[in-house]
Design a protein around this ligand. Structure first.
Ligand code: PLP
Length: 430
């Protein structure tokens, strides 16, 4: 039987770095990536037959756990009917209707195949609809790997960002302004000096790409006001938080705290595909109708709205809509997040945790970070030792300190207890 190391060595010959997405290579934590052979419920098994309690859930989509019977049935049926037609299907309407019924800010939605594609298309739409070029994003938020978004902050507020990837020309990011997350003064200053040129502000409302950092309510409220005053669009990237932190996504949580709050455009992925390549972006009809074939903003996809992916996403959404689903998931997730913090406290290790719905984060720090620089200043060595200690005990956490974790409906109280027992063991040696 192949070992993980043998497979990794072999993979590196035919695939750059041995992986098809960089974080899978374990570069941040070191060691050998696990090659997964199968998954069921809350567990995954690697090539050596080792079982792990899975807290990645394919980086978010597997909210029901792996191999949920209703999803399997829907996918099997869809496969029998055909893999892809390149023509419209009723199932696309059903999925669109399902998403719209749960997210009141969206009157129309377009389906695509990845979060990157959805985010990139939402920006094009925002630029097309406003006739402006500049966009604002925040340090530490990830919106996919489109050129204009691979950018880090420039030296001052007035300067536009620098590419973070080779192959992205400086001219391509010259319209992208990168600001500090949760910094109200910076965004006020940006709008004061450049407000009439800004097409949109894009944000991860609960940033899972810096582990778990919430945008503060005053911050979101102020961005909403500034966008309204200056005619810019507010884009919520809910690829990770969508249908994961609450049935109505993160925007429903902010709408509870800010009367009348809605983003202009929303970007979804992960959960809406239930583990298949599917993502979407949506908003009010007057903006969405700017898209081809109705309007001048071009956007298309051979596999967009794929019939197997839509069947998988639809079956997933129908499960998470069931009464009590989010209450139970939230309780389980809180049991884990609070349990980790309590275990660390007992061991005298500074650790803080956060969670919402089925998403959680924890930091080796004494206070919850509010922005990227603070996240990256938390104790990396300790995180890496903790990660490997947990992995050795059969618990698969995200392999980088800036990534969120995910609990599924398949995680039982016993799984959480086993995870916390492993954590106590590891924390005692940190
Ligand atoms: C918030 C957010 N936006 C966009 C993306 C990109 O999605 P994809 O990896 O499907 O292209 C991700 C991926 O993790 C994400 O977390």
């Amino acid at each position: 039987m192949s070992t993980n190391q043998q497979l990794f060595d072999r993979a590196k010959i035919s695939i750059p770095g041995g992986v098809n997405s960089p974080v899978r290579a374990f570069r941040a934590v070191g060691g050998t990536p696990r090659f997964i052979t199968r998954a069921q419920g809350a567990y995954m098994w690697d090539a050596e037959g080792t079982r792990y309690i899975d807290y990645i859930g394919s980086w978010g989509p597997m909210i029901l756990g792996h191999g949920h019977p209703a999803v399997l049935d829907a996918v099997r049926k869809a496969i029998e009917e055909g893999f892809s037609f390149g023509a419209p299907t009723e199932r696309e309407i059903e999925l669109a209707e399902e998403i719209l019924s749960l997210v009141p800010s969206c009157e129309q939605i377009r389906l695509v195949s990845s979060g990157t594609e959805a985010g990139m298309s939402a920006i094009r739409l925002a630029r097309g609809a406003t006739g402006r070029s500049k966009i604002i994003k925040f340090e530490g938020c990830y919106h996919g790997h489109a050129d204009a978004l691979l950018v880090k902050a420039g030296s001052g507020l007035a300067t536009f960002g620098h590419p973070t990837s080779a192959g992205v020309p400086a001219e391509v990011v010259q319209h992208t302004l990168v600001l500090e997350y949760n910094n109200v003064e910076q965004i006020e200053e940006a709008f004061r000096t450049q407000g009439s040129e800004i097409a949109c502000v894009m944000i991860e409302p609960i940033a899972g790409n810096m582990n778990f950092v919430r945008s503060s309510v005053p911050f979101v409220k102020r961005i909403r006001e500034l966008c309204d005053q200056h005619g810019a669009l507010f884009v919520f990237d809910e690829v990770m938080s969508g249908f994961r932190v609450a049935l109505g996504s993160a925007q429903s949580l902010y709408a509870e705290l800010i009367p009348g709050f809605r983003p202009d455009l929303s970007v979804f992925g992960k959960v809406i595909g239930g583990g298949m390549p599917l993502a979407a972006f949506g908003g009010p009809r007057r903006i969405m109708e700017q898209l081809a074939p109705l309007g001048p903003v071009y956007q298309a996809g051979t596999l967009s709205g794929n019939p197997v992916a839509t069947a998988c996403g639809l079956a997933t959404l129908r499960e998470i809509k069931k009464p009590g689903f989010f209450e139970a998931l939230s309780e389980r997730t809180a049991q884990l997040a609070h349990g980790l913090q309590a275990a660390a406290q007992a061991a005298g290790v500074p650790l803080v945790s956060e969670c919402q719905g089925g998403m959680f984060g924890f930091f080796f720090a004494s206070e919850l970070p509010q922005n990227y620089n603070v996240v990256m200043a938390t104790d990396k060595e300790r995180f890496n030792r903790f990660f490997h200690g947990m992995l050795d005990r059969g618990v698969y956490l995200a392999p980088a300190l800036y990534e969120a974790g995910f609990v599924s409906a398949a995680h039982t109280a016993d799984d959480i207890d086993a995870t916390l027992a492993a954590a106590r063991d590891v924390l005692a040696q940190l």
